[in-house]
Design a protein around this ligand. Structure first.
Ligand code: MG
Ligand code: MG
Length: 256
C-alpha cells in the first residue's frame, strides 16, 4: 500500500539536536499563530515564518520540495483545504476561518515537523469541536508511542478517537519517520489495526499527523498540484508533532 522508507534509529545526541530543531519549529508556529486575524494574507504568514527561521539561521525543508517545487516555507490550508495550501499575497484570512499551518525546520542537519489548526475570530461550534477532536487524536496517538508497541497501535488509536467523535480521518496521508530526511520510515497511517505494523523502538522519531474531515474521508488535489481539499467541501483540520520513542514516556520534540 505504501512505499516503505528506511527506519533510522537516533542516538541521544541526535535526539537532542532534533529537540532543538523542534523548539525552533514551535517558535515559528507560535509567531504565525499570533498573526491569525481577519485581513492578514497567507503570504504575510509565510513571511513571518521565514523571518523567525532566518533569525535562527534555519530554513524549512518545504521550500523547493517535490514536483512542482513547493514555493514557500510553510503550508497554509483554510477550511476545506486539509493540507499543502500554498501561501499567496491575495489570499486573506476572514473571521470564522479555520487555518492549518504546517512548518518544518532544518537545524544542524536534522528536521523537525509540526502543525496546528486554529480559528480566526469567532468560529462555529462544529469547527471548535473539529479542532479539539483533531488535537485529541494526535495525543491519543502519542500516548501509544512506546517501546514494545507497534505502529498499528498508534494508527488505531488515532482512527478510533476520531471516529468515536463522529468525524472522518484521511486514508491517503500519513505520519512518517523524520530525521536527517523529512520523510523516513516508518510510515504511520491515520487508520489501522492495533497489534499490526512495525515494532516501536527507543530512538525512533516519528511525525504523527492526524488530518480530520467533517463530511467524509475523501479528498482531492486542486489544479495547483499541491492543495489537498475535502471532496465534499466540508471543514478539515490537521495537528502534528514530531515525537521520540524512549525507554519510558513518549517525548514530544516540537514544543517550546
Ligand atoms: Mg508537517
Ligand atoms: Mg509531516
Amino acid at each position: 500500500m505504501f512505499h516503505e522508507r528506511q527506519v533510522n534509529i537516533k542516538s541521544p545526541a541526535e535526539i537532542k539536536i532534533m529537540r532543538e530543531a523542534g523548539q525552533i519549529n514551535a517558535s515559528v508556529l507560535a509567531a504565525v499563530k499570533e498573526l491569525l486575524q481577519p485581513g492578514v494574507t497567507t503570504a504575510d504568514l509565510n513571511a513571518a515564518a521565514e523571518e523567525v527561521l532566518k533569525s535562527h539561521g534555519c530554513v524549512s525543508p518545504f521550500k523547493g520540495y517535490g514536483r512542482p517545487p513547493f514555493p514557500a516555507s510553510i503550508t497554509v490550508s483554510i477550511n476545506d483545504e486539509m493540507v499543502h495550501g500554498i501561501p499567496h499575497p491575495k489570499r486573506k484570512l476572514k473571521d470564522g476561518d479555520i487555518v492549518s499551518i504546517d512548518c518544518g525546520t532544518i537545524y544542524q542537519g536534522f528536521v523537525a515537523d509540526s502543525a496546528f489548526t486554529a480559528g480566526v475570530g469567532e468560529i462555529s461550534p462544529v469547527a471548535k469541536n473539529l479542532l479539539e477532536v483533531t488535537e485529541g487524536a494526535l495525543h491519543a496517538g502519542i500516548e501509544k508511542m512506546r517501546k514494545g508497541r507497534r505502529t498499528g497501535d498508534v494508527s488505531a488509536a488515532i482512527q478510533k478517537y476520531v471516529e468515536s467523535h463522529g468525524f472522518h480521518v484521511t486514508r491517503e496521508y500519513t505520519g512518517h519517520g523524520v530525521g536527517k530526511d523529512m520523510h523516513e520510515g516508518p510510515q504511520v497511517p491515520n487508520i489501522g489495526a492495533a497489534g499490526s505494523g512495525i515494532l516501536l523502538r527507543p530512538g525512533m522519531t516519528i511525525a504523527l499527523e492526524p488530518m480530520v474531515l467533517v463530511g467524509t474521508y475523501e479528498t482531492r488535489v486542486l489544479p495547483d498540484q499541491w492543495t489537498v481539499v475535502s471532496a465534499d467541501g466540508s471543514l478539515t483540520a490537521h495537528f502534528e508533532h514530531t515525537v521520540a520513542v524512549t525507554e519510558g514516556e513518549p517525548q514530544i520534540l516540537t514544543v517550546l
